[in-house]
Design a protein around this ligand. Structure first.
Ligand code: ANZ
Ligand code: ZN
Length: 807
């Protein structure tokens, strides 16, 4: 029989959809398992073989879980709001909703062809009003909890996308979407107070089974640092400069101070003599991006204000400068500069000829400090030149010095975070309208829950206006409304939510996707969640994963869900590369799955996706290797088809050994996500089976088919049928390993019948009597010695002798 992948695959897809094979229900007889892919943004270019890598992985894992006894929720949906659909709309004049629907149909078709066991009855689309109604509802909860607020502040602005951006969307100083350098713009913004959750977002990372690398990226992003705020008086003024420092122990090494150019005290400190240079420098700074300012290796710039602060311990005058390497939105926006022990300060001091005073030495000996320093000394050591604190270690001094300053009322211990509140508004069309109105009388008023969803109206022009208002602002019928509180005239908020909003909670909605009266039923969500396994690209390590964790914690605090973390386990699959570069449409190096599916079948492509290499590592696409995988599946199919009829129930010991070793290997490799080696285990097993002289038994065939099914599900079902088994192979049970067949150490056992040696057989040393007995009775010598006689007794001395007494 020939392996006709196309007709086999079509046949089983039809059966699966007719029998609703992949619809998931709460099943009391099976424990639940929730395996989730990071749902895709349905772009116009469809899925390429690189995208398949993650989806195949999650499907194999889901099917494996199903076979090991779980009821598996494996849903799929669309992260459908966002800029590309809108940009398409601008370019081609197609409504984003129409373009999106078209792309979704294409994606869905591709994923169905893949044979993935998605429960399509749970499909969700974040841009549909049935869904975004609840995204808006969540916004109202945030607002009510004081976690959504408006603030006038300089934000990241992409001059090309003409929209504000979150810090997370600025990569290397450029817009994450289009690569245009980001500038700053003062705007009245909706913000989410994610910083209120900084500590918990950091702490709870410990509870997660995530790649260490991702946890570290999140921890760094949150950026907790413990330090102190110290107060410095200003000469001729009652104002104080408060600095944030992580090194209060270096206080005696302060030789100058720096304010961020935006700092409110700059005007007060600047003397008339320096006013014009200061003003000019401030203007220059405002147009620089955050990143350019923080660049470590850039030449330091800054100007003296003419003002002086007073050192709190020595009473000395310290010049106050402004410089753009001090950021306004970190700490207090002001620093005490210690050039001897901070590299940035060191460079600055060298640039402007400011004194460098060393206050930490390796061994507390002041003599070793006179030599010219080439860089800041950041190692631990002992205090010198520090008055009463000389001789203390850095750690002791941090403690003692701050204690003393606290007593004087000029210091307090603080914890700083790098994490900033989340800019949660975009001046774009294709997003969820923010559900509030602006009333002249009442100010900002949230829309009433029963008035949700606030529908995105149709517009004629999708172009961002560039004035800082979204295209919605031009639609009077949308903008003009009445105030829910006073009934007076009011204007709707015209900003929309950022692209990330929908993906912050979609994993919850899958548990109850069609609920019309609530975002979801709590029991259902608490049943299925948290997600047991989340699979997706590492590019979401900070953005999406941090936002989703934040929303989860907020909803937990709001008492609408009963867990604090959304994703228990995370797996990041590697990328697929071609000619060494990440596959992408813009690079023109994409391989699309369609042709390959047509030529070899989906199952071959699936196996190949696994075979290319360890799943967490980037892999180079190799068109020739797929041939090999296809040959392997063809051989497998033939072997099963040829052996199915008249297969003995159980095989020889040799076959059992082969079988159990195979199951053991495959299972171990699947659970440790070494799928490429799973495929090699199959290849070896099939080769070994083909080499056998004896007929392959049913147990072996069955085992082979069950193990193959997660990887090649269509072939799995077909082969199951060839073996005359009932129902779907996915209702079968994953085979158990019998350890006794795994012991490799064989010994020669003497077989006696009525005390007379009849045969010598090789068995594994620790073999169980049942296994040995099987082999013993297969011996033709033993059989002829027994003939028609009755067996009275069998004595087994493990490792030595098998004695049969007959009568
Ligand atoms: C004195 C000092 C001496 C400092 C020393 C460091 C080393 P992390 O660990 O990243 O939190 N700093 C404080 N606010 C700043 C701002 N707005 N812009 C730029 N730099 C700022 O860094 C904390 C340190 O960064 C603080 O401790 C401060 O310099 C600087 F040997 O104070 B330190
Ligand atoms: Zn009002």
């Amino acid at each position: 029989m020939n392996y006709d992948a196309t007709s086999i695959e079509e046949k089983w897809r039809t059966i699966w959809s007719k029998t609703a094979q992949h619809d998931v229900h709460k099943d009391a007889t099976r424990p639940k398992y929730y395996c989730l892919d990071m749902f895709p943004y349905p772009s116009g270019s469809g899925l390429h073989v690189g995208h398949w890598r993650g989806y195949v992985l999650s499907d194999v894992w889901s099917r494996y879980k199903r076979l090991t006894g779980y009821e598996v929720l494996h849903p799929m949906g669309w992260d459908a709001f966002g800029l590309p659909a809108e940009n398409d709309a601008i370019k081609k004049g197609i409504h984003p909703a129409i373009g999106t629907a078209r792309n979704i149909a294409n994606f869905k078709d591709q994923l169905q062809r893949m044979g993935a066991m998605f429960d399509w009855t749970r499909e969700i689309n974040t841009s549909s009003p049935e869904y975004y109604k609840w995204t808006q509802w969540i916004f109202l909860q945030l607002y009510d909890m004081g976690l959504a607020y408006r603030k006038e502040m300089p934000i990241n602005w992409c001059p090309s996308c003409k929209t504000g951006l979150a810090n997370e969307e600025v990569v290397d100083g450029a817009c994450e979407r289009c690569g245009t350098p980001v500038t700053k713009r003062n705007m009245n913004q909706w913000m989410l107070r994610i910083t209120a959750y900084a500590e918990r977002l950091l702490e709870d990372l410990e509870t997660l089974e995530w790649p260490e690398k991702v946890k570290k990226m999140q921890a760094n992003w949150i950026g907790r640092s413990v330090g102190a705020e110290l107060e410095f008086s200003i000469e001729h003024s009652s104002e104080k400069i408060v600095v944030f420092t992580t090194r209060p122990d270096t206080l005696y090494g302060v030789t100058y101070m720096v304010l961020a150019p935006e700092h409110p005290l700059v005007q007060k400190l600047t003397t008339p003599e320096y006013a014009s240079v200061v003003a000019e420098y401030v203007t220059q700074t405002l147009v620089k991006s955050q990143l350019a300012r923080q660049q470590v290796d850039k030449t330091k710039t800054g100007v003296f204000t003419g003002g002086y602060a007073i050192h709190p311990l020595s009473g000395e005058k310290i010049p106050v400068w402004i410089a753009d390497y001090v950021l306004m939105d970190y700490g207090t926006g002001a620093i005490m500069a210690v050039p001897a022990h901070d590299q940035r300060d060191f460079e600055f001091a060298r640039q402007f000829d400011l004194p460098v005073v060393r206050v930490i030495s390796a061994d507390g000996d002041s003599d070793d400090v006179d030599d010219e320093m080439e860089a800041a000394q950041t190692n631990d050591g002992v205090l010198i030149h520090s008055g009463p604190y000389n001789g203390l270690s850095v750690d002791e001094a941090k403690q003692k010095l701050v204690d003393d300053l606290v007593v004087q009322g000029i210091a307090k211990r603080t914890v700083g975070y790098k994490l900033r509140d989340w800019v949660f508004a975009r001046q774009r069309y294709w997003g969820e309208p923010i559900p509030v109105v602006h009333c002249e009388q009442c100010g900002i008023v949230p829309v009433k829950e029963e008035d949700l969803p606030i529908l995105l109206p149709d517009v004629e022009r999708y172009e961002p206006t560039g004035t800082g208002e979204s295209p919605l602002a031009a639609i009077e019928s949308f903008v003009n409304t009445t105030c829910p509180t006073c009934g007076g005239p009011a204007k709707r908020e015209t900003d929309t939510m950022p692209q990330w909003a929908g993906s912050c909670w979609y994993f919850l909605r899958f548990a109850d996707p069609h609920n019309e009266s609530k975002p979801f039923d709590r029991d259902k969500v608490d049943y299925w969640l948290p997600v047991d396994m989340y699979i997706g690209g590492v590019e979401h390590a900070v953005l999406h994963l941090l936002y989703a964790r934040f929303f989860t914690k907020v909803l937990y605090d709001r008492n609408v869900i009963g867990f604090k973390e959304p994703f228990t386990r995370l797996f990041n699959q590697g990328m697929m590369t071609l000619h060494g570069a990440k596959m992408s449409k813009s690079k023109g190096n994409v391989v699309s799955p369609e042709e390959l599916v047509e030529k070899y079948g989906t199952d071959t492509l699936r196996m190949y996706e696994l075979f290319v290499g360890p799943p967490e590592i980037d892999a180079e696409w190799n068109p020739r290797a797929i041939e090999g995988v296809h040959r392997f599946l063809t051989k497998t199919y033939r072997l099963i088809a040829d052996s199915a009829e008249g297969a003995p129930k159980e095989g020889s010991t040799n076959l059992r050994k082969l079988r159990h070793r195979f199951v053991q290997q495959v299972t171990e490799r699947i659970v440790s996500f070494r799928f490429n080696t799973v495929v090699s285990a199959f290849m070896e097993f099939i080769t070994a089976l083909i080499e056998q002289d004896e007929k392959i038994d049913d147990m072996t065939l069955q085992t082979l088919v069950i193990c193959l099914a997660p990887l090649a599900p269509h072939l799995g079902e077909e082969a199951w049928q060839l073996l005359h088994k009932n129902g779907s192979v996915f209702d079968a049970q994953w085979p158990q390993v019998d350890e006794q067949y795994l012991l490799d150490e064989t010994i020669t056992l003497i077989v006696q019948v009525n005390g007379k040696i009849r045969d010598r057989i090789d068995v594994e040393r620790e073999s169980h009597q049942d296994a040995v007995r099987q082999v013993v009775f297969e011996s033709t010598h033993v059989q002829s010695a027994i003939k028609e006689k009755t067996i009275v007794k069998e004595i087994y001395v493990p490792g030595r002798i098998y004695n049969i007494v007959i009568k």
